[in-house]
Design a protein around this ligand. Sequence first.
Ligand code: BGC
Length: 590
Amino acid sequence: MTSPRHRSTARHDGHPGATTPWWRQAVVYQVYPRSFADADGDGLGDLRGVTSRVSYLADLGVDAVWLSPFYPSALADGGYDVDDHRDVDPKLGTLADFDEMTAALHAAGLRVVVDIVPNHTSDRHRWFREALASPRGSAARGRYVFRDGRDGPAGPMSEPPSSWRSLFGGSAWEPVGDGQWYLHAFAREQPDLEWSNREVRDDFLQTLGFWADRGVDGFRVDVAHGLVRDVDNNLHVDFATTHTGAVDDGSHPLWDRDELVDVYREWRQLFDTYDPPLAAVAEASVHPSRRWRYSDPSSLGQAFTFDLFEAAWDAAELRRGVELGLEQLEVGASCTWTLANHDCVRAASRYGLPPDHEQRSHPASKAWVTRHGASPELDAPLGLARARAGVLLELALPGSTYLYQGEELGLREVPDLPPEVLQDPMAFRSEGAEKGRDGCRVPLPWTPTGPSFGFGPDDLEGGAAPSPPHLPQPAWFAGASVAVQEADPTSALHLHRHALRVRRDVLGPEELTWEEAPEGVLHWSRPAGPPQGGGGGEEGGRWHCVVNAGGADGSGAVVPLPAGRLLLTSGPLDDAGHLPPSTTAWVLVP
Ligand code: BGC
């Protein structure tokens, strides 16, 4: 077990003596453990798989790894249905494996962030089993949100307490057989906790301390804006379709309630007892004007912003996304940028679909949820070019960037998974209306050959065959594999490695100045040098980022670049050294 206490705060920013918290401009790589690397060949990724790939992560050049849930779980929602917040799922390893992984990541200079799921437990959690075995009004039921049903044609209390709909479709209430119903914002297997209950709050403080004492450096807080709700409000609301972005005064009965401020203030007090203080990032889809309540230094310290993520590949939309994200600087928080996670269609596909493709934003997943089939409309090369341009765009912004596993390989969505292999409750509960999120969770390809493209071992001791990956990989994963990309200097993998190295050298203070740019182009500059703004730094001068978004169909004019040293481009320049559409360039101007 490693302890976070007394570690140097300057370990990762590359500038000894710097006192800026490590996370303010960190690049964080999201590992979705079931789909990253499978050490034991059972078809599910595991913690020893992560340990076996630490050198890959270190070579990539990221600062930290965020692990999606690896806790005991029936995987009704990919592990976000947690049976025990203070253990490791035996399918994924043991606490000893966790300690070994954490030690290996730390030894390689990487921080460890774990996902905390406070909104709900799983229905297999000991608390929930106790609640089911206890009568209405009992303390055991008081840890969850139980209510009496309403009388209906089928008898007394036969109707749900309200018409609330779950984020994954269907009613948000489930009957337990004695007239009472429990609330679940997500799947039926994810009963919501009652956060006005002191016991629930204390238990989570213990969970946070448990992982902190095991050496984790920070937390990603799942559905941070959802823990408290005004259940007895009779207003008809729908977890799935109510748009939190429209409400900016805390009056929404489901999301972003004022009572949350106190919860996270208490968490921050705990985090600050560690040296260095623990990092935390809120997953909070709230109105931009309310984000500071999660990202404020007295709260979690950082909140995801999904505006850039939700923007179409269009210069005006991208700029708007950046501007909304930059508002975090005004409240003293650091900005966060992301173009992908385990809940959304991969960027390389999103950006390759025609602009009039039927896509829509989904508040549940912050994502474009329309899962196209093997769509003839998908322009894969265009999608990849834009995803490459997009990653240079986000890495050049002040703040921290969250990359999702496989993004560094330029992976696109696997759109054509057969219905019988789907695992996402979003697919089941919507009765097929949504295909769900499995297409971005297919196990990573490491090699061009082998039964699982190197995700698991090729064979097991004694000659037995390993189990197939839990979601089938398409044949085209061979060409996208790590080994193939390592041998190709123009690959997405090399671009990411190169970008992260260059970024380290030119990373300066958290500021940005917009520069004049023609239509369809974003151009900004930042002082290059140490984040403290000590002046000069290793590079000095200004770091310019020019993004030629181009037209909706990928056409458009080339643009000249500012005079200076060309640091990196996401794709080739033209013969005159001009930047083509769907391409980003970094230039150091003395
Ligand atoms: C996670 C999802 C999960 C949901 C319920 C989300 O915010 O990112 O993957 O389904 O929370 O825990």
